[in-house]
Design a protein. Structure first.
Length: 255
């Protein structure tokens, strides 16, 4: 589900993940940066053609026609393939998106696939109409999840990078120290099973999802044991410690 500028995903691990949706401003910043890069690449291609075409004409007119057809194809790839290529290989980011600190992902929290990247970017042809992404902007403004038409087709959203990266690795941990013990009496059995499920399945998660889940579960459990943990991998170490200490009390028996 989603609310204003936020997407909330309910996971099978019985926890909610909140993602800040990227708006028109941050997405236009990314497009502006990408467009600048595209123009730079296009200029290089143009200069190459300028030097090559005269030589081709001396050989045959047909060769020149093939050269022009090739340039048209390259321009198409540069305009639409650029985005699809980078999003597929950079896990939902282009250079512009990386600069703006946003990322495309599936609206259920999974990373986008090559198919998703191609599908969402082919629709740029429509989103750009009649110019300056007018249709895309209208679609984003009318959508609860800030989706342009390409996002609807591919089932994707664009979110701020810091909401899926959470904190930087190895940040300081507040109210926690190596070997510290916790009062686990306020932790329910359901919460313990949530920790256990996450610890058992964490290696199968994508890094961004794993980091985000660890942070949110640690925040929920931290409230129960009066501890505040910030930064991966400390959040996971905290959950491991709480889990082991709960088990040591004898109040939990694994089935």
């Amino acid at each position: 589900m989603s609310s204003a500028d936020k997407l909330t995903i309910e996971t099978p691990e019985q926890t909610s993940l909140d993602f800040a949706l990227a708006g028109v401003g941050s997405r236009f910043l990314a497009v502006a940066a990408d467009t600048g890069i595209q123009f730079g690449i296009g200029f290089i291609i143009f200069m190459i053609v300028v030097f090559l075409v005269p030589g081709v004409r001396k050989i045959t007119v047909l060769g020149s026609q093939w050269m022009i057809a090739g340039v048209v194809f390259i321009v198409f790839l540069l305009n639409f393939g650029y985005f699809a290529f980078f999003e597929a290989t950079w896990n939902g980011q282009t250079p512009g998106k990386r600069y703006a600190q946003i990322r495309a992902m599936k609206d259920d929290g999974r990373p986008i696939s090559v198919y998703d990247s191609i599908a969402r970017n082919l629709l740029r042809i429509v989103d750009e109409l009649p110019g300056v992404y007018a249709i895309g902007v209208i679609s984003i403004l009318c959508s609860k999840q800030n989706k342009r038409l390409g996002d609807y087709v591919a089932g994707t959203v664009v979110v701020h990078e810091n909401t899926i990266q959470e904190a930087r690795p190895f940040l300081e941990m507040q109210s926690d120290a190596p070997g510290q013990t916790y009062d686990t009496s306020r932790i329910t059995l359901d919460e313990l099973q949530l920790i256990e499920t996450f610890l058992h399945r964490r290696d199968s998660f994508e890094p961004a999802l794993r980091t985000s889940m660890a942070a949110q579960i640690a925040g929920r459990i931290g409230e129960k044991v009066d501890a505040r943990v910030i930064g991966w991998p400390r959040t996971e170490k905290f959950l491991e410690a709480v889990y082991e200490q709960y088990r040591s009390t004898g109040r939990f028996r694994s089935s």
